[in-house]
Design a protein around this ligand. Structure first.
Ligand SMILES: [Zn+2]
Length: 470
């Protein structure tokens, strides 16, 4: 869990002040990055009582008692514009971080307390070194969100709930930065499927070059965060309310940003899916296609379950009785080498593969002597024959008859060639947004599918170099 608490640039302290919160070992000389505050005076009765309650003071407050900034969120401060000016604790601030719990106050001996706190300090120091804060507009403010280890330290402090993080920042200048949590490329890739920081940076650069980024709140949510947010939605299908916590903005704003970013990304990445020349295909024939070396493309349909569409026409077209759910269907065309070379717009789940194929006008792109490989769903013999295009399709079982020996062998060969191609579709399906496509993004179904196909094309190749005919 995240454990927040405000820290600032270190400053020398002449006097040595102690934090009076139970279990907190902060001292002004030892912790120059902390600030100390006295309790609200007696005129502010309610607030004073709130502080006493949260901190479980349990004795009479004296004017010498102070507490450290670890018990406040960064949102509790009015932050200055310049380095030299002072920062103030807001008049409404109430300590909510690193609070003691009553039960442990009594049980834990002072020796244990010391051990636990030194452990906490060690951990805080380590976290301090590990975490780098980007996008912190105020350089001098260095507020660290530490993660506490699951050790007896937890007994000391109530870990803050996520509500701490989701508090709206009024000043708009600092927030929990999700990018700092993705401090390794593996974490970045797990959460977003973006394979490297370099790739992320080039996406940011490309986005900057377009004038399409909606300028609203651009200073609050950076382009990098917008891209990360969008891919977190596509890869993890996180709800807007969860994203709103991570990115510290409203659900609506998250949704607007994602719609806008999907549009831009699908444009920027468009050249990634392109129709290859026949010579390029000929140079890259995998060994499993040896018997089908004239294959120009392998076609397949991919079905995406949808959340129930809001309008009735949409639901009628996309309802599939066979799967008793609402689905959309895309046709993907993949080169024998495993690159997506053409995708259609979305069709309702009830549309036949044959109809999608005919409507895609793909046949016009093919040249005399090309061959298509497909599965049994594509009843496209006639149209292919008319266009002088050869068709590789697993043979149908005729009534009460077994496949002939040749047919069976053909069946096996086609199946083994198609296995690799199926892997491409699996990579598309890894994006959780396609487990149940949200109706909020329905208007961007084509664009999200395109973006994901483009990302799949940019990921590592499905076939190793030694799997090709040389
Ligand atoms: Zn303290």
């Amino acid at each position: 869990m995240e454990n927040s608490g405000a820290k600032f640039s270190p400053r020398p302290n002449k006097s040595n002040q102690f934090c009076s919160v139970f279990g907190c070992n902060s001292r002004s000389r030892k912790n120059p990055e902390l600030r100390f505050h006295s309790f609200p005076n007696e005129c502010e009765h309610t607030r004073r009582a709130q502080w006493e309650h949260n901190l479980i003071i349990g004795k009479k407050l004296t004017k010498y008692m102070i507490l450290c900034s670890l018990h406040f969120n960064r949102e509790d401060y009015i932050l200055p514009d310049t380095h030299s000016t002072k920062r103030y604790l807001k008049k409404t601030a109430v300590p909510t971080c690193n609070l003691p719990t009553l039960s442990t106050c009594k049980v834990i001996s002072s020796k244990e307390k010391e051990q636990n706190n030194s452990r906490l300090l060690r951990f805080a120091k380590r976290a301090n070194c590990q975490l780098k804060f980007e996008d912190c507009e105020n350089d001098d403010i260095n507020i660290i969100h530490e993660t506490l280890p699951n050790t007896p330290v937890d007994k000391h402090f109530d870990l803050p709930t996520t509500s701490d993080v989701s508090v709206q920042v009024n000043s708009g200048d600092i927030k929990l930065n999700i990018l700092t949590l993705m401090n390794t490329e593996q974490k970045l890739s797990t959460l977003t499927d973006i394979s490297s920081y370099q790739f992320l940076d080039s996406l940011v650069e490309s986005m900057q070059l377009t004038n399409l980024v909606s300028s609203r709140n651009q200073n609050i949510i950076s382009l990098k965060e917008r891209i990360v947010m969008t891919f977190m939605k596509l890869k993890q299908n996180m709800s807007y309310s969860v994203l709103a916590i991570f990115f510290d903005c409203s659900n609506d704003k998250c949704k607007r940003i994602i719609l806008n970013t999907i549009d831009i990304l699908s444009l920027i990445l468009k050249p990634i899916i392109s129709w290859p020349f026949r010579t390029e295909i000929k140079c890259n024939i995998p060994t499993c296609f040896r018997k089908f070396s004239d294959t120009r493309i392998v076609i397949d349909c991919i079905e995406i379950p949808l959340m129930k569409p809001k309008n009735l026409t949409g639901s009628l077209i996309s309802y599939s009785q066979y799967k008793s759910t609402y689905t959309a269907k895309f046709m993907t065309d993949i080169t024998p080498g495993g690159t997506l070379s053409f995708i259609t717009p979305a069709y309702g789940g009830r549309t036949s593969d044959k109809f999608i194929f005919e409507n895609s006008k793909l046949i016009d792109k093919l040249e005399n002597g090309d061959a298509i490989m497909c599965d049994k769903g594509f009843l496209i013999d006639n149209i292919c024959a008319q266009g002088h295009i050869k068709l590789y399709r697993p043979p149908f079982l005729k009534r009460n008859k077994q496949l002939s020996k040749d047919e069976s062998l053909m069946n096996v060969d086609i199946a083994s060639a198609r296995v690799n191609i199926k892997k491409v579709n699996q990579r598309i399906k890894i994006f959780n947004v396609f487990q149940k496509y949200p109706s909020s993004l329905l208007s961007r179904l084509d664009a999200s599918f395109t973006v994901i196909c483009e990302i799949v094309n940019l990921s590592h190749p499905i076939l190793a170099n030694d799997k090709f005919v040389t």
